[in-house]
Design a protein around this ligand. Sequence first.
Ligand code: ADP
Length: 207
Amino acid sequence: MNPFNRFVVGLTGGIGSGKSTAAKYFEKLGAKVINADVVARDSVSSGSQALLKIIQHFGEKIVDKKGKLDRSKLREIIFDNSSEKLWLENLLHPIIREKIILDINNASESYVLLESPLLFETNQHKMVNVVLLIDVPEELQVIRASQRDKSTSNEIKKIIKTQMPRSEKIKLSTYVADNTKSEDDLKKQVKYYHKKFSELGRNFCNL
Ligand code: ADP
């Protein structure tokens, strides 16, 4: 259960499922959205404590000439090196978690949406009251994500393999929004969930 006096909804889904699209609609309706990816990126910004530790560990080669983290190099190093991946996760996950907690505590809305592609994989689901999964079959993930990112199907399939299988995410989620239809259909579902979460949030905070 979450440690806050605020109703927190985890919004997740595999790559290309439509999370960002759903989050954008929630935001338009007035929801407070915290994006875990943005928090993660900010946590290793130039001059941050975390980046200094990363440089100490991997060497100066991990930053570019301007001192900015070379993300693709870091991804390459940890891709098939589980101990380096674990080292990095042990460093970053608590920092990211603390910042998310701070952002949640600063919110004044009746509920907060935590948008996180790796909500379950990073144990962030333990910080939330309910989870809304945006769900499409893998084939559609591949089509939509490869069009969006101008990547090949194989590149997207490789990323999908690093994420928790869809069937497990469905089992762990409180609500599942089917995003196989139009964006308009997704918008309607978001409207329904926004109303539901606002009510749940108001009851939770006794507002
Ligand atoms: P995620 O954030 O889960 O990776 P996005 O929200 O970026 O996924 O959606 C992936 C791509 O699919 C985007 O280009 C988006 O515009 C498109 N998309 C999302 N939902 C739909 C839908 N219902 N119908 C058609 N395209 C969609």
